[in-house]
Design a protein around this ligand. Structure first.
Ligand code: ADP
Ligand code: MG
Length: 462
């Protein structure tokens, strides 16, 4: 076999293994629905944890006052301050600040991480303007968005089940993360109460509902991926508490850990998983989300370089570095519309130190990006269909016009246009006529606002 024929063979094989024909997507959606039932039936009944959030009321629009939120979920965290004006006025003022997390803190100690976060929060509180006055004698209240799997003990406490997305701090597992944050705030003399602990998907659901009354589910496509939705409380067999007055309970699916024999997995995915910080876990997340997409592309390029001299003799040294090709760069490559693919050429030179790439090499790279993104976006659409099916909202019965709105957030959804468009057209392909009653909205920073709203509705002063 000639070298180029070998390149084409690797590409073709990869494309076939990543294939997501409609019939396969329906199997994935059905498997998602089945696992949702299993996860709701009993603790540990499924790979899908289907965690009870203790959020049984979503925002109404009447929430009032000054509240803070803290969003910890990936490489950055955000602190947020909102002044809620109540009915009709809604968000009167909102300010935020983004702070990056030094990598050593992602694998250090619980105390060091939470001290760092509390410190940044305290500095942000210190910038509170005179116009935002807290009634005298009142403690500031915070909604804590913590986007890792947590076993909630109440709406404002919960223990970490495991880290994901590159975090690995052993001693936090099993600890109450609200307790850890509160201790860190105390250590630096910041007087603030955590009124709600929420996952980012739950926060996005709350933020989405605040703006659109028909929002019933939220999906995060960022560094990782997850979803939350509103379930009927009586459809949660593992819930032994009192039935909430609303009759509803928000479920944090933790769908990043979904896995099914119907998922199209390749040798590259297996390699990525085996060398990850959490082998065998978060398999769905590892083929869908922003942390991993660029890395899958890098692995395919490595094989082409090794076996088919794709970049000339030998493997370019930079190409051997795990995670060197990040998803935003991959997105720039994928969206290059110039006829000689100059953005692809420039990225190859800047990131991988590969100068003078030929047009046909560049085209293959764009093709690999397309295969990886189509698979991720189409599977995301199938997973959303799984939720709609669970709620019986995937078909139109007797011309019924019940709207189902899904609030989406996360950097991947927000910035990767081809991912977003592919997901949307796949949803249309899967839903047919029922697509009319389903809409996807971008809930910009829904998780931060959502956490502040949930802090307001769980305030100690109500
Ligand atoms: P998190 O998920 O950590 O809370 P975000 O929702 O902001 O944070 O998502 C960040 C992720 O979004 C990044 O890890 C990256 O994978 C993806 N992302 C950010 N910018 C872009 C971009 N321009 N194109 C594609 N993906 C992007
Ligand atoms: Mg986030």
């Amino acid at each position: 076999l000639g070298k180029w024929a070998k390149v084409m063979a690797i590409l073709k094989e990869f494309e076939e293994q990543c294939g997501t024909p409609t019939a396969k997507l329906r199997q994935v959606a059905d498997a998602m629905t089945v696992e949702m039932h299993a996860g709701l039936a009993s603790e540990g009944g499924s790979k899908l944890k289907m965690l009870i959030s203790y959020v049984d009321n979503l925002p109404t629009g009447d929430e009032k006052g000054l509240f803070y939120a803290l969003d910890l979920g990936g490489t950055n965290f955000r602190v947020l301050r909102v002044q809620l004006g109540g009915h009709e006025k809604h968000v009167v003022k909102r300010e935020f600040q983004e702070v990056s997390i030094p990598p050593h803190l992602m694998a250090g100690s619980t105390e060091a991480l939470f001290d760092y976060i509390a410190g940044a929060l305290a500095r942000f509180v210190a910038t509170e303007g005179e116009d935002l006055c807290l009634p005298p004698g009142r403690q500031r209240e915070l909604g804590f968005t913590f986007s890792f799997p947590v076993q909630q003990l109440s709406v404002a406490s919960g223990t970490l089940i495991k880290w994901t997305k590159g975090f690995s701090i052993e001693d936090t597992v099993g600890q109450d993360v609200v307790g850890e944050l509160s201790k860190a705030m105390e250590r630096i003399g910041l007087d603030m109460r955590v009124a709600a602990l929420v996952n980012d998907a739950v926060g996005t659901l709350a933020g989405g509902r605040y703006n659109h009354p028909d929002v019933m589910a939220a999906v995060i496509l960022g560094t990782g991926t997850n979803a939350a939705y509103v379930e009927r409380a009586h459809a949660i067999p593992k819930w032994h508490g009192l039935l909430p007055k609303s009759g509803e309970m928000v479920i944090n699916m933790e769908w990043g850990n979904f896995r099914s024999s119907h998922l199209p997995l390749t040798e590259y995915d297996q390699g990525l998983d085996a060398e990850s910080l959490n082998p065998g876990e978060q398999i769905f997340e590892k083929i869908i989300s922003g942390m991993y997409l660029g890395e899958i592309v890098r692995r395919v390029l490595c094989r082409m370089a090794e076996e088919a001299a794709f970049f000339g003799d030998g493997v370019p040294p930079k190409l051997n570095i795990p995670f060197i090709l990040r998803t935003p760069e991959m997105s720039a490559i994928h969206h290059d519309t110039s006829c000689d693919l100059k953005v692809v050429g420039a990225k190859l030179k800047d990131i991988l130190e590969i100068p003078n790439s030929s047009l046909k090499v560049r085209k293959v790279i764009v093709e690999i990006c397309d295969i990886v993104v189509s698979r991720g976006a189409r599977l995301s659409a199938a997973a959303i269909l799984g939720i709609l099916k669970k709620l019986g909202r995937d078909t139109i019965t007797d011309g019924e016009k019940q709207k189902s709105v899904v609030a989406l957030d996360g950097g991947l959804f927000e910035h990767y246009t081809k991912f977003r468009n592919c997901m949307d057209s796949t949803l249309q392909e899967l839903l047919g006529d029922a697509y009319e009653n389903v809409s996807i909205i971008h809930s910009n920073d829904g998780s931060g606002i959502g956490a502040a709203l949930l802090a307001a509705s769980h305030s100690q002063y109500l």
